[in-house]
Design a protein around this ligand. Structure first.
Ligand SMILES: [Zn+2]
Length: 93
């Protein structure tokens, strides 16, 4: 273990509730009432939630509704499929 000299900001994955460094998580941002985008650069404005990079937590967070609760949005089926899809393609506003 390296010495904890530097402060590393930690965020909690909304699906598995495990804290991890920001660099190990994907940020999702609510960019309008019903739109969710993957914030690849980590600098989009708006309410954000974090999930693990694996993609599994994104899918389970969407499926279980945890992501919607965290961001206070309601995703429709198309949006859910876009987020849960195996291709994990870019979602845009
Ligand atoms: Zn997770």
């Amino acid at each position: 273990m390296p010495r904890a000299g530097k402060y590393l900001p930690e965020r909690t994955c909304v699906a598995c509730r495990k804290p991890a460094a920001k660099s190990e998580l994907v940020r999702l941002v609510r960019c309008s009432d019903q739109n969710l985008v993957v914030d690849a650069g980590g600098r989009l404005p708006g309410r954000g939630a974090y999930v693990c990079r694996s993609g599994q937590c994104l899918a389970s967070g969407v499926r279980s509704g945890q992501l919607e609760r965290a961001l206070r949005i309601k995703l429709d089926d198309a949006a859910r499929q876009a987020l849960c899809g195996p291709a994990n393609k870019e979602v845009s506003c």
